[in-house]
Design a protein around this ligand. Sequence first.
Ligand code: GTP
Length: 366
Amino acid sequence: MQAVVLVGGQGSRLRPITYDVPKPMVPLRNRPFISYMVDFLRSGGVDRAVLSMGYLPDPIQEYFEKQKMDGFELDYVVEDRPLGTAGGLKNAQSALDGGPVVVTNGDVLTGMRLESLIEAHRESGALATIALTSVEDPTAYGLVEVDHNMKVHRFVEKPAYDEISTSLINAGIYVLEPEVLEMIPAGKEVSIEREIFPRLQQSGRLYAYVSSSYWKDIGTPRSYLTASQDVLSGAIAGGEDFDYRESHPSIEVGKSVKILPPFSIERDCVLENGCTVGGRTALGRGCRIGEEAVVEGSILFDGVRVEPGAIIRGSIVGPNVRIGHRAIVRGLAVLGAECVIGEGNVLDQGIRVNPRVNLPPRSLRF
Ligand code: GTP
């Protein structure tokens, strides 16, 4: 089986992180997200994939060029302007073999059984099968209504509360027959969700497969941070009582340091005396956590420096950020690459700080 992974989007909801790091490369337990997608495809019997790229393609390609792929074949196509989800798929067509294809959004983390989706597709004789997942608050998504045979009979885009007729949403994973690619005009911006699926639904050949496995798209700061915490606590593998306690042997740990599980600490990190790190935290390569500083429930990208006494809770800190003495970063703050947060600032309430901003000492409080 072959696959196309759509990774060309700008990831605007995950800015300012995605100004520097493309969404497929953001780390989960210190591995780029896209590596989980490749594992998912392999586990379902897929042995080759085409990455449909656009925005910031180089870091993704460079990452895979250094990996051992053990027989999994990867091809890359790069569009010179955004073609949307169907346009990006069409652009990958010349690298495909003319048979059915698994298509996935490049930002979903799931424990779904891909083989079962492929099997359901084969059995129904559909032109396309969409995987569905159920979410608690579907108002931010497009709902998919199905009949008792799992045939899709209606899409409801971003419903109001009184329009919610199902909790099932498009999980961003499909199996398509080659005829579907023929329906997409070449060289144009086309959305598979809004333009191609409604046409397939009208022809009666669009089916669904419902999965109750773990599923999360990592497209917003909240969902990305939750996905990171879930991965650290083993949720995607279905093991509820499992905590990762990973630290590279090269890390330096001072006196009276508290490391609370689950955690993932990459090579060359330094934890100075009396600091506290963990509680579903991932520290990227070469982070330094100062004396008595606290880092909990957060993601720190590579090279972050946290000065003594600073506190970081439930936040996302981009590469090479510096957080000053006794500064507080909490409440899903998102800090872009290389910014400097001066001493004593307090960042809270989902604040986003653009890359390379230099915030003078004590200039911001909530
Ligand atoms: P937002 O800007 O935050 O909405 O994120 P996004 O750009 O990733 O868009 P969205 O989450 O809607 O995209 C779903 C999937 O399709 C993601 O994996 C994107 O990388 C991918 N995608 C979106 N637009 C394009 C495109 O124009 N070309 C290609 N090749 N992929 C795309």
